[in-house]
Design a protein around this ligand. Structure first.
Ligand code: AMP
Ligand code: GLY
Length: 439
């Protein structure tokens, strides 16, 4: 069978790599892919990003299964388009993808279905928003409504920062994009800048990801991301600077609560609301000292970089799982995981996250192996091939991911491998996994 993975990040490289290991899969195409998927002889890049053109190509090539990595094509309706033409695709419809693409939608959904999350209000009017934060006090969290690649959130530790964030996020006119945020339409059909202001939650974060077929779920291994740019969780928010799996903060009790209080009510709620959820459902959890999980956000896709360590640990044939997930067959499906932890360290470009530089030559990349039992993998993200060279072409460039008998062991191997790879201005945190490694 031929399979298509949509996207160009480290997540898509890892998904394509895992799918290519299935004996049932002949070819894995990645659209548009990156320098790493171009290098791998089992993967082939397809330079099409337009959704309708990609659908036409997939039909022509008799693609048996399409897996969509990033949120943008999902929010743009790629799943609806593929399904309309009888193509098998794993991901949420445009309507269901609102769980991620609209914070206002997902917060209202959670309120309606009693799913634990921070208290909040939504505003289009700056005066009312300012009055609200004055009333609530700091710390408080201000979020732009719309897709902003993790950059539309300000955790304001004082009122001045909160007021500034409101002005910044609401200042853009209907046509402008602050932070690259796509404005959502309000009830009146007008796309307006909108902010969600919510209660500050304390605790430890974890990424809780499941696969849904509309009714049933299969859980992925747990993981933890590192969102801030710098060591010690300092500096600006990014898409994620490294991740490891499993996350010890998700104890069996926390896992059971997250399933019972968040995941299952969400899947049931979406079904009841007439927009059944298919695809990866990713709950960003904040787990308090008592082990109570609350939902920080939903994503309607796998996490990046969480996917990279998670895929390193997956033992089940991923193609089989995907076929079950796209035919309502996830009931009773349990995925098998390598008991060893995996940890991925992101190497980011000079200037990331604000203004990543492109065109730096990457050297020291290890040679590819097709051994599925490999315990160190360099997943590519913002890379491109030029002649014999690999050049940086985006913010997050590589995710060096390793298995180890302990988190510390995986951390050691990942950093050892990363040290051999260089490009000008490379940024890398030195403490990925710190919460799980005893000093
Ligand atoms: P989001 O994109 O909504 O997940 O927010 C990005 C990051 O901001 C999260 O991973 C948290 O670190 C932080 N954050 C978001 N909402 C809150 C909240 N209500 N309380 C504390 N931190 C938050
Ligand atoms: N790593 C966080 C995300 O994918 O949203």
């Amino acid at each position: 069978m031929n399979v298509l993975v949509v996207g160009s990040g480290g997540r898509e490289h890892a998904l394509a790599w895992k799918l290519s290991q299935s004996p049932k899969v002949q070819a894995v195409f990645v659209a548009p892919g990156n320098g790493g998927t171009a290098l791998d002889p089992r993967l082939e890049n397809i330079n099409i990003t337009d959704i309708q053109a990609l659908r036409a190509w997939a039909a022509l090539e008799k693609i048996a299964l399409t897996v969509v990595g990033p949120e943008q094509p999902l929010a743009a309706g790629i799943v609806d388009e593929f399904r309309k033409h009888g193509l098998r695709v794993f991901g949420p419809t445009q309507a269901a993808a609102q769980l991620e693409s609209s914070k206002a939608f997902s917060k209202a959904f959670m309120k309606r279905h009693g799913i634990p999350t921070a208290d909040y209000e939504t505003f289009t009017d700056a005066v009312a928003a300012h009055a609200y934060v004055d009333e609530k006090g700091a710390p408080i969290v201000v979020k732009a409504d719309g897709l902003a690649a993790g950059k539309g959130v300000v955790v304001a530790m004082n009122l001045r920062d909160a007021h500034e964030a409101i002005d910044f996020m609401l200042s853009a006119g209907p046509d402008q994009n602050v932070l690259g945020v796509t404005h959502n339409q309000g009830a009146d059909g007008v796309a307006m800048p909108r902010v969600v202001i919510e209660e500050f939650l304390q605790g430890e974060e974890a990424s809780f990801i499941v696969m849904c077929d509309g009714k049933n779920v299969a859980t992925m291994a747990t993981s933890q991301d590192h969102k801030r740019l710098l060591d010690g969780d300092q500096g600006p928010n990014t898409g994620g600077m490294g991740a490891y799996s499993p996350a010890p903060v998700v104890t069996p009790e926390v896992h059971a609560r997250a399933m019972r209080e968040i995941i299952l009510p969400t899947v049931k709620g979406m079904e009841k609301d007439g927009i059944p959820f298919t695809g990866f459902l990713y709950a960003g959890l904040m787990i308090d000292a008592q082990g109570k999980p609350k939902t920080l956000e939903f994503n309607c896709r796998m996490g990046d970089p969480e996917t990279q360590p998670i895929m390193m640990r997956l033992k089940t044939d991923f193609y089989d799982v995907m076929m079950a997930a796209t035919s309502g067959g996830l009931n009773g499906v349990e995925l098998e995981w390598d008991r060893r932890p995996a940890l991925g360290v992101v190497m980011a470009a000079h200037g990331y996250p604000l203004a990543p530089r492109k065109g730096d030559v990457v050297s020291g990349l290890p040679r590819l192996t097709d051994d599925p039992a490999v315990d160190v993998m360099v997943f590519h993200a913002g890379t491109t091939r030029q002649g014999q060279d690999t050049l940086t072409s985006g913010g997050r460039v590589l995710c060096v991911t390793a298995l180890g008998s302990t988190v510390k062991g995986a951390q050691h191997r990942a950093y050892e491998a990363a040290q051999g790879i260089t490009f000008d201005g490379a940024q890398m945190r030195k403490d990925i996994g710190h919460r799980a490694v005893k000093p």
